[in-house]
Design a protein around this ligand. Sequence first.
Ligand code: IVH
Length: 691
Amino acid sequence: MDPQTPATRALALRELLNTYGHQYYVLDAPSVPDAEYDRLFRELQLLEAAHPELLTTDSPTQRVGGKPLDVFTSVRHAIPMLSIRSETDTTASGAEHFDERIRKELGLDISDELVEYVAELKFDGLAMSLRYEDHVLVQAATRGDGEWGEDVTQNIRTIGQIPLRLPADAPKLLEVRGEVYMARADFEALNDRQRTRIAAGEKNEKTFVNPRNAAAGAVRQLDSTIAAQRPLSFFAYGLGDITPQSEGGIVFSSHFDFLLQLKKWGFPVAKQTQCVKGAAGLVQFHQAIAQERDGLPFDIDGVVYKVNSLEAQQRLGFVTREPRWAVAHKYPAQEELTTVQAIEVQVGRTGKLTPVAKLAPVFVGGVTVTNATLHNEDEARRKDVRVGDTVIVRRAGDVIPEVVSVVFEKRMQDAQLFTMPSHCPVCSSLAVREEGEADYRCTGGLFCSAQRKQAVLHFAHRRAVEIEDLGDKLVEQLVDAGIVNTLPDLYKLGLTALSQLDRMAEKSAANVLAGIEKSKSTTLPKFLFGLGIRHVGEATAKELSRHFGTLDAIMDATLDQLLQVSDVGPTVAQSIRTFFDQAHNREVVEQLKACGVHWKEGVASAGASLPLTGQTFVLTGTLQTMGRDEAQAKLEMLGAKVSGSVSKKTHAVVAGAEAGSKLEKAQSLGVTVLDESAFQELLASHASYLN
Ligand code: IVH
């Protein structure tokens, strides 16, 4: 490496960070892992601290975020939107360092009492400032550079969780700060819809890399009707401007009190938010959230600690744009560098060939990753991943690990371009890519054992007919041994055949059989989804069942009739028709029924409406008499839609034991709330539709 003077190094770092920062903040297309960016950033901060003469106004250390894009109106924040210092030590002792610093700054010694903190999640979304004047939301602005943001009010108004009007006891002027984000399930569903659109040939549609990018894209959407279709969520965590005390405004004594008040005014505050004491309290929180992290319904990249007392916060003050009273304590990076050892092609349920990068094992976000999907030929080409390459892998939550990008500087000269095979790697049938399709498919159909295995696993999935204990290792053996060739074969399995398999004691064989027996009693949507018809996901299966009521009606529906179903377009309709036009598929259905697989057929809702058609329900809390899935299934049989969030349009909220924020939200919006017995009464009054 060239010997560098501090001046040339600072210049190089600034340029690098500006480029990376622009890609990350403005273009939403990061090219390096966050951890690498943070490292370079720290290096520059240290360099500038040691050589103050090198500090320039254009240094990335001197600004909070990226410049706003030109397309939205710029608005000046009444109170700047600050950034948080990141604790560099990602182990639990990072929390102790913060507490030590705070105690020192506040002049406390060992005999003094513990400092009270609010411990929060560090949401991985976009910071937003919501301005309410005379109790009405008048402006929503992004952080931008901290001083100037973008006015995205139209888009933010579409977020059901954000109150448009505040109760009368709220101050006349209030700015609430928080994070706009996309829940993982919403992100998956959005990408599913995007894939359907792409399959239907819609131009300019794309899938999103992660929930944060999807949320950023939605917030920056110029057309707010499109933004409205992107399911965003919000958590409040801070205060901006507020009516001053001199004008009769409220004064809070602690951050926690403020958050409690926000909750009362209708803002979502994460339920994990906790008031804790001293370093031990912070460490405990840090560890508890590390455990909970993967199971959270949204992405976080760490936790945030804030001194609770607002008076102490004032005394602590700020260093440049970062308050001394808060710190972000991140978890180890979810992105890491590793090398590609091979690229394998896997065969899916519908014969889809997926290139998968086999990686040198790397520890990312708490697990060791050895595989990352490359999705399809175009994606593999776009990223240009080759064997031997050094790549950035990312893992977010439960999402399958992904190759974010290749570090081209490290590529070997002789690295070979990846090409898709012309034949199926499992059954050697021809692989074809049809026009307008992104995927190559094996043409072997159920001749291909890989497809048979996947078809069985899909049918047995929890969201399909649900066969407990029928895992992939077992299915692999059953198919490879030729014991299970079609779905009905599952119902012909006996104890002797099963217990002869590898690692299958009689006890576990009996469990599998019990699971198979139990799966016979199912619902029409689950069965339909389980058949694995291309383009028929869970939601479409539900819509079809609701619309037609019976399987026979669906099997015999014409293209035109199928197109009447909401969510069903030409591609989906054709796929359903093609599936049921094949005699062997009808045969499978008949045989499954003959084996005892059954469900309650409903009443067609097309034309004639069901008792709850057009009504949206929300389930919250724990019901004593039935599980949530069952409650949802019953409501759907009555024609209702079941949604995850409460809005003014919600018809009723069914609140079981320990109902939380959704119940509060319903009450604040004046939405009908049914307790368990009222819900039972409602079901009883429509019993004829449920039997
Ligand atoms: S407080 C006092 N609290 O982190 C500092 N920020 O660098 C004001 N963030 O982009 C922010 N979760 O969007 C705060 N619980 C939380 C947060 C949080 C995520 C984000 C915020 C900003 C960045 C701060």
